[in-house]
Design a protein around this ligand. Structure first.
Ligand code: ADP
Ligand code: MG
Length: 255
């Protein structure tokens, strides 16, 4: 498998807090890479650094053999990396479709605020965008709610809309931060299947999930973070047999 992203000795410190220390990580094209680790392990920080929300304190990030270290969010998005957030970030007051159009702002020329408020000269682009958005909504099972106000969607659909919105800009790498957070067990199982479908539609996927059993079921490889360090990565079977991983998780259960 071709290497898509490579992080070398990636670190991010916040004052005295070492959120991420010396993390080496490879993401291969076409795979689902699961990222697990106890609360506070540095998982979200990893995504924040990879996407340019935070600059790394140290280390390098290569994407498609280009050095993208420290590049701002709009540039990493242009290179094809998009993400969702652990806490849902939708525009609750506008429709599902309008939320999708906002997601296209890396692709379309008009600024997304112009799309939202429909400046006349933005409309031709918007029409093109709208067709794409409707297509994606359809493939995500959300077309029937396209004109509903996003804030009124049931929780599971909000989560799906967030992913659809990240998907619309045709990313080559999609980073999903705990897409099943706040879901009940059956919704979570459904979400995991859904993530497999997404990978089959195109982008390579890195997904953070705290349920170890579920992540093992869908991932080609799994990386484990603990106290900001990567303590293991490999196939699900390799990771499950790793002593440090078992300790990190058992230690957490004892608390
Ligand atoms: P996880 O997603 O694995 O639960 P995080 O990456 O959110 O962990 O956090 C890792 C550590 O970094 C935690 O101790 C957290 O408090 C700290 N941290 C994360 N973001 C910030 C920030 N913006 N400012 C200060 N500390 C932060
Ligand atoms: Mg997190």
């Amino acid at each position: 498998m071709a290497e898509l992203l490579r992080a070398e000795k990636l670190s991010r410190h916040f004052g005295g807090v070492k959120a991420l220390t010396n993390v080496n990580l490879t993401v291969n094209e076409g795979e689902i890479l699961g990222v697990i680790g106890p609360n506070g392990a540095g998982k979200s920080t990893l995504f924040n650094v990879l996407t340019g929300f935070y600059k790394p304190s140290d280390g390098k990030i290569h994407y498609k053999n280009r050095d993208i270290t420290g590049r701002p969010v709009f540039e990493t998005a242009k290179s094809g990396i998009t993400r969702t957030f652990q806490n849902i970030r939708l525009f609750d007051q506008v429709s599902v479709l309008q939320n999708m159009l906002v997601g296209m702002h890396t692709q379309l020329r008009p600024k997304f605020t112009e799309i939202l408020f429909k400046k006349p000269d933005a409309i031709p682009e918007e029409i093109r965008g709208r067709k794409d958005a409707e297509e994606v909504l359809d493939s995500f099972g959300l077309l029937d709610v396209a004109h509903i106000t996003a804030g009124n969607l049931p929780y599971g659909k909000k989560r799906r809309l967030e992913i659809a919105r990240a998907f619309i800009s045709k990313p080559s790498l999609l980073l999903l931060d705990e897409p099943s957070a706040g879901m009940n067990p059956s919704e979570t199982v459904e979400m995991m299947k859904f993530i497999k479908d997404i990978r089959d539609k195109g982008p390579t996927v890195v997904v953070i999930e705290h349920n170890m059993k579920l992540i093992m079921g869908i991932s080609d490889r799994v990386a484990v973070l603990n106290f900001g360090e990567k303590i293991a990565d490999g196939t699900p079977a390799e990771v499950q047999a790793n002593h440090e991983v078992i300790e990190a998780y058992l230690g957490k259960e004892e608390e």
